[in-house]
Design a binder for this molecule. Structure first.
Ligand code: CA
Ligand code: CA
Length: 436
C-alpha cells in the first residue's frame, strides 16, 4: 500500500512541476497558491535603465482545503540579462493545514534589476512558485496556481545632443619657429589635440608626424567630425637646418705664399642656399690685405632661416729681398766720406728669384742727420770711390744693380748722416756716414 501511494505522490509532484512551467492552474489539486506581484500594482510595470533596480512585493494567496503541511519556494531576486530574466536567492514558505473556504496570505520582498548592456525594449517577468512539497501523500494537497506578470521596460537611451564640432589644437615642438622668418631650423614634432565632450569623433590627417628634413612651406591639416559638425585646422611648417654653400671667386689660395706685389686681387664669394635662400647681405669677404705678413680671408653668408656659413683662406705675403749696399759702402760700419762728395749706393732687389730692374720698385730714399756720439765704438771705413754719374736713382744694366747716387752736403765735415732706402714692400737698407 505504502509503496503504491509513494508512486502516486511522485506522479503528482511531477505534474505540479510541469504545470508550473506551463503557467496554468493545477486542476489535480484542491488547493492552489496564486502569486501576484506587487499588490498595489497587479500586473504592474516599471521603467528601468541598464544598471538600475527596484524593489517589488510578491503577494501570495493559498485558498481552499489542505490536509497536511506543505512548503513552496519563490525567488527574491530577478536579474534581466541579454538572455532574459534569471531568478536567484530563493526563499521558502510553509503552509499549515487549512479547511476549505479559507485563505492564507504570504508576502515576499524581491528585487528586480537590469544588467548593463540590455537592449531597449519591454520585457515580461513571470513570477510563480516552485519546489512544492506536501507532507501528506493522499487527500487535498497544495499545487501551483496562476502566475503573475510584471513588465520591465528598458527605455531607448536618448541620443546626446551636440551642436558644436570638435575642437582641434596643433601641438608643436618647438612651439614656435626657432629660426628667422618663420623657418624652423631643428626637427619639428607635430601632433594634434582633438576633443569633443558631447559626442564621438572621427579624424582625418591628424596623425602625429616629425619633420626631420628641410622642406619648403608645407601645410598640415587635421579634420575632425562629431555629431556637432566638422572642423579643421591647418599649420604651415617650413624647415631649413642647412647652412649656405660658399664658393670663393678669385683671390689668394689656401696656404699660399705670395711675394709683395704679386698677391691676387681681393676675391669675392658667392653663396647659394637650397631652401630658404641667402639673406640680403649676400656673401661677405673680410680680411683681405696685400701687405707683407700673414693674412686670413673670411667669407660669410647667412640664409633666411638664420643658418650661418663661413670659410677662411690663410695666406702670407712675403717681403722682398734687398741686397746691398755694395762697395764702396759698408753696412754695419761707419762710412767716412768727404763732405760734398757723391756716394754711389748700390743694391739689388729680388722677389724670390726675380730681380727688379724698374725704379718704380723703390719707394723712398731719405737722408737724416744723426748724432755722431750714438755711433761711438762703431768701426769706421773710409770711402775712396766716389760717384761720377747722374745723381738720380737708376738701374745700371752693366752692373746689374740699382745705383742711388747721394751727394753729401757740402761744408758739413764732422756731421753724421744716415741714409735709408725703402722699397715698396716696406723693406729697407740703411747706412751711416760721417763727413770729413
Ligand atoms: Ca561638440
Ligand atoms: Ca639653408
Amino acid at each position: 500500500m505504502k509503496k503504491r501511494m509513494g508512486i502516486r505522490g511522485a506522479i503528482a509532484a511531477a505534474a505540479a512541476l510541469l504545470l508550473l512551467s506551463a503557467g496554468t492552474v493545477a486542476h489535480a489539486s484542491d488547493v492552489t497558491v496564486t502569486a501576484v506581484v506587487d499588490a498595489t500594482a497587479p500586473n504592474g510595470a516599471v521603467i528601468l535603465e541598464p544598471g538600475e533596480s527596484t524593489e517589488v512585493t510578491v503577494n501570495l494567496a493559498v485558498t481552499g482545503n489542505q490536509v497536511g503541511t506543505a512548503t513552496f519556494k519563490v525567488y527574491t531576486k530577478w536579474t534581466l540579462t541579454a538572455g532574459g530574466f534569471v531568478g536567484s536567492e530563493p526563499t521558502q514558505r510553509t503552509v499549515s493545514p487549512q479547511s476549505g473556504g479559507t485563505t492564507s496570505s504570504y508576502t515576499v520582498s524581491a528585487v528586480v534589476e537590469v544588467a548593463e548592456g540590455v537592449a531597449p525594449q519591454a520585457y515580461i517577468l513571470t513570477v510563480g512558485v516552485f519546489d512544492i512539497v506536501n507532507s501528506n501523500q493522499t487527500g487535498a494537497k497544495l499545487a501551483a496556481g496562476d502566475k503573475a506578470t510584471y513588465t520591465v521596460t528598458v527605455p531607448e537611451v536618448a541620443p546626446p545632443t551636440d551642436s558644436t564640432p570638435p575642437s582641434i589644437e596643433p601641438v608643436l615642438d618647438p612651439s614656435a619657429p626657432d629660426g628667422s622668418n618663420d623657418w624652423y631650423k631643428s626637427d619639428v614634432s607635430l601632433s594634434w589635440t582633438v576633443s569633443d565632450p558631447d559626442s564621438s569623433v572621427t579624424t582625418t590627417g591628424c596623425e602625429p608626424t616629425i619633420i626631420t628634413v628641410d622642406q619648403f612651406a608645407t601645410d598640415y591639416t587635421c579634420t575632425a567630425t562629431s555629431a556637432g559638425g566638422t572642423a579643421s585646422q591647418t599649420v604651415t611648417i617650413k624647415r631649413d637646418g642647412t647652412a649656405p654653400q660658399i664658393e670663393w671667386v678669385g683671390g689668394p689660395s689656401e696656404g699660399a705664399e705670395y711675394y709683395f706685389g704679386s698677391v691676387p686681387a681681393e676675391p669675392t664669394c658667392e653663396a647659394t642656399d637650397a631652401t630658404s635662400g641667402i639673406d640680403g647681405d649676400g656673401c661677405v669677404v673680410s680680411g683681405y690685405s696685400a701687405a707683407v705678413g700673414p693674412h686670413e680671408l673670411a667669407a660669410t653668408a647667412t640664409d633666411l632661416a638664420g643658418n650661418k656659413a663661413g670659410q677662411t683662406v690663410d695666406y702670407e705675403v712675403l717681403a722682398w729681398t734687398l741686397k746691398g749696399f755694395y762697395q764702396p759702402v759698408d753696412l754695419g760700419t761707419l762710412n767716412v766720406v768727404k763732405s760734398g762728395s757723391t756716394v754711389p749706393l748700390k743694391f739689388e732687389v729680388f722677389a724670390g728669384e726675380t730681380e727688379f730692374t724698374d725704379v718704380s720698385a723703390i719707394d723712398t730714399f731719405k737722408v737724416g742727420v744723426i748724432d755722431c756720439g750714438s755711433l761711438t765704438g762703431v768701426p769706421t771705413d773710409d770711402i775712396e770711390q766716389y760717384s761720377t754719374g747722374a745723381t738720380v736713382l737708376r738701374y745700371d744694366t752693366t752692373g746689374g744693380q740699382f745705383i742711388q747716387n747721394w751727394q753729401t752736403p757740402k761744408g758739413k765735415a764732422g756731421s753724421c748722416y744716415q741714409v735709408k732706402l725703402v722699397t715698396d714692400d716696406g723693406s729697407a737698407l740703411t747706412a751711416n756716414f760721417r763727413l770729413k
